[in-house]
Design a protein around this ligand. Structure first.
Ligand SMILES: Nc1ncnc2c1ncn2[C@@H]1O[C@H](COP(=O)(O)OP(=O)(O)O)[C@@H](O)[C@H]1O
Ligand SMILES: [Mg+2]
Length: 419
């Protein structure tokens, strides 16, 4: 349903609400009015790509809920309480918030000091009820469009140390697992244009995808990108490779930048499935990604290549975490293998995951166009992909340590108590 812009009340800030990226939003309200405004906003076209859940119970319910569930991209909490009550509950929420989660507080007291204190503690915005659907749209839109807001999406590039070592298989399973486990929207960019298998792996036959984006860099924006995506599951979409040989795929170093940039601006997690090549654009994507995963099988050529890759990446990204090392096809019958610990030691990298060779399991999954987690959610391999999805999204270590966006403050408080 679209409304005439002129019908709506004039606001002090009468800027047009902006389209909101593919984020997951969960709200814990205390009044039916605020819940209704959020529900109404969630039906608006500008929020058509978001996943919204509106629940009641306010801050206490949120704190309890996220004690055992991952936090979405945006948590909205309403409180009718006084400033000190809001701040008290907020510390509880800080304890259970994952990194990258934004918090929007809707209160009933117009208090500048409270506002300042909330922002200081890492809350993204504090607004005062009553609010209507346009206030909701504008407030959330501004969180993702203001010039100083960080880019939304985390990009994770996967590359194999050798062709066929399982890099795409791992990338697709991890992407699926992130979408499933964290209810987070994930985009897979299959950049192996000639031979990419993401379409096959997800049992899709897309007619459009990565090539269309590449060939029209001047057209690429969120609307155009949306049209090129194929939906694989509730939270997972694919920018597919043509996998046709009717043309050759030589590209300049920067050719893929506009596509990945728009993807990262609109989707919280972007998985980049790179071909086993060493071209300017592959090197560039590896250098620019937030996370790099090297997939290797434990043999000599893989070791040499993985070592070279790790060295190049360490030099090109001196201020980033080193790449993650994932073994796949481990324990292939009759194949002499290098010990995983020795392989990892030569690269000076910890082992992020080790996936056993299982021709039946992976063969069945490939033939049926299913992920391992869809075939058998309880299989140890599905569990390994789940664990890896926590690592590459930065959630696993954090959950264990219960670290949060508000952590610096909490540490300060603890230090003060201790002294
Ligand atoms: N752990 C495994 N056990 C058995 N087969 C595997 C395993 N991992 C991947 N495969 C199979 O290996 C083949 C190559 O995998 P792929 O992911 O396309 O490699 P890459 O992207 O590195 O070239 C595929 O047929 C895939 O199903
Ligand atoms: Mg591949």
């Amino acid at each position: 349903m679209t409304r005439n812009v002129n019908e709506r009340p004039i606001h002090a800030d009468a800027t047009e609400p902006k389209s909101i990226p593919r984020i997951a939003i969960q709200a814990f309200c205390e009044t039916p009015e605020v819940a209704a405004a959020l529900e109404a906003a969630s039906q608006d076209r500008r929020m058509s790509r978001t996943h919204v859940k509106v629940l009641m119970g306010g801050l206490p319910a949120a704190v309890e809920f996220y004690g055992s569930a991952p936090t979405p991209n945006l948590v909205v909490v309403e409180s009718k309480g006084r400033s000190d009550e809001i701040l008290g509950h907020l510390d509880g929420l800080a304890e259970v918030c994952d990194p990258g989660t934004k918090v929007l507080v809707i209160g009933h007291v117009n208090d500048v000091l409270l506002y300042r204190e909330l922002i200081r503690r890492g809350v993204s915005e504090y607004v005062v009820a009553p609010l209507d659907l346009f206030d909701v749209l504008r407030t959330i839109g501004d969180l993702y469009h203001s010039p100083d807001s960080a880019v939304l999406g985390r990009s994770i590039a996967f590359i194999g140390a050798k062709g066929g070592c399982g890099s795409s298989t791992v990338a697709h399973n991890v992407a699926w697992s992130i979408a499933k486990t964290f209810d987070n929207d994930v985009l897979i960019a299959d950049l192996d244009l000639a031979w990419g298998t993401a379409g096959l792996d997800f049992n899709q036959d897309p007619t459009q995808g990565a090539l269309d984006a590449l060939l029209s860099p001047e057209r690429i924006d969120e609307v155009f990108l949306d049209r090129l995506l194929t939906k694989c599951s509730d939270h997972l979409s694919l920018l597919a490779a043509p996998a046709l040989l009717d043309r050759i795929y030589d590209f300049d170093e920067l050719s893929f930048d506009p596509t990945i940039e728009v993807a990262r601006g609109n989707v919280p997690v972007v998985v980049i499935d790179l071909p086993h090549q060493w071209t300017g654009w592959v090197r560039r994507q590896l250098r620019e990604a937030d996370e790099v995963v090297i997939v290797a099988s434990p043999d000599l050529a893989n070791l040499r290549n993985a070592k070279n890759l790790a060295d190049v990446l360490r030099a090109a990204r001196p201020n980033d975490a080193p790449p993650r090392l994932v073994f796949d096809q481990v324990g292939m019958p009759k194949r002499p293998e290098i010990k995983l610990e020795e392989f990892a030691k030569a690269l000076d990298l910890p082992i992020a995951a080790s996936i056993p060779f299982d021709a039946k399991l992976f063969g069945d999954a490939a033939n049926k166009g299913l992920m391992i987690g869809e075939l058998d959610a309880k299989h140890p391999v599905a569990e390994a992909f789940r664990a890896l999805s926590g690592v590459v999204t930065g959630r696993t270590e954090i959950r264990r340590a219960k670290k949060s966006p508000f952590a610096p403050l909490l540490e300060k408080l603890r230090a003060r108590k201790a002294s």
